[in-house]
Design a protein around this ligand. Structure first.
Ligand SMILES: O=C(CO)COP(=O)(O)O
Length: 251
């Protein structure tokens, strides 16, 4: 059985005082029955990992370089994330694809580096509004999935986050039928490529305007194994009810 995962992406938010929110999130779920992950900015990784040590919360990065070390000013390797206390890394988020021109091939190389460093790779895919309106959603996400996920993976260490670009930070959410259609399609694609055993171990997260008010209905959708939460992961008041909804969905 796949263990459900509630993951928070803090994006470029948070300085030292944000550790208080992190401690509140960890303190609210001392015996969580789902996996909990918060991905703060890189500057907070080490302190965040110290702050949640002994709790159920794990810490992740938001990007890594495909190389292990070298002349790449400003970049951070997967092994450096691990060294700072991260156990996972978000890769190919639509903001990185848009802001930094990241391609599927680059995301795939980063994912391989992350897995080699012992991290869980959370690979993000999702269509733009124009692509959805043109009826291209399934073609787009299947192409991103095919191009961004490396071969020869251990399914339990790979997470796919379906994040429609138009749902991120907008308050807009796809219908439950639209989420189910994409997640079911992704699962079938993964089964076709990797076989059932590996594919059934891969967790599929939904991301995009997940809030306390809509989490429970999203978590009831087939093949939704949790959420990648942006804005609502910045405070325990918002993130904690989402975690509780996921625990209830896990049964
Ligand atoms: O991009 C997201 C998580 O990676 C989603 O962000 P919001 O939850 O703020 O819409």
């Amino acid at each position: 059985m796949r263990r459900k995962l509630a993951a928070g992406n803090w994006k470029m938010n948070g300085t030292g005082e944000a550790l208080t929110a992190l401690e509140a999130i960890a303190g609210a779920h001392p015996a969580a029955t789902v996996d909990l992950l918060i991905c703060p900015p890189a500057t907070l990784l080490y302190r965040a990992a110290q702050a949640v040590s002994g709790s159920r919360v794990r810490i992740g990065g938001q990007d890594c370089h495909a190389a292990n070390a070298g002349a790449h000013t400003g970049d951070i390797s997967a092994s450096m994330l691990a060294d700072a206390g991260a156990s996972a890394v978000i890769l190919g988020h639509s903001e990185r694809r848009a802001d930094h021109g990241e391609t599927d091939a680059q995301v795939c190389d980063k994912a391989r580096a992350a897995l080699d460093a012992g991290l869980i790779a959370i690979i993000c895919i999702g269509e733009t509004l124009a692509q959805r309106e043109a009826g291209q959603t399934l073609d787009v996400v299947c192409a991103q999935l095919a191009g961004s996920v490396p071969d020869g993976i251990d399914g339990s260490r790979v997470v796919i986050a379906y994040e429609p670009v138009w749902a991120i930070g907008t308050g807009l959410v796809p219908t439950l039928e639209q989420i189910a259609e994409v997640h079911d399609t992704l699962r079938q694609q993964l089964i076709g490529r990797f076989g059932s055993e590996t594919a059934e171990a891969i967790r599929l997260l939904y991301g995009g305007s997940v809030k306390p008010g809509n989490a429970a209905e999203i978590f009831a959708v087939s093949n939704v194994d949790g959420a990648l939460v942006g804005g609502a992961s910045l405070s325990a008041a918002d993130f904690s009810p989402i975690v509780t909804a996921l625990e209830q969905a896990a049964g």
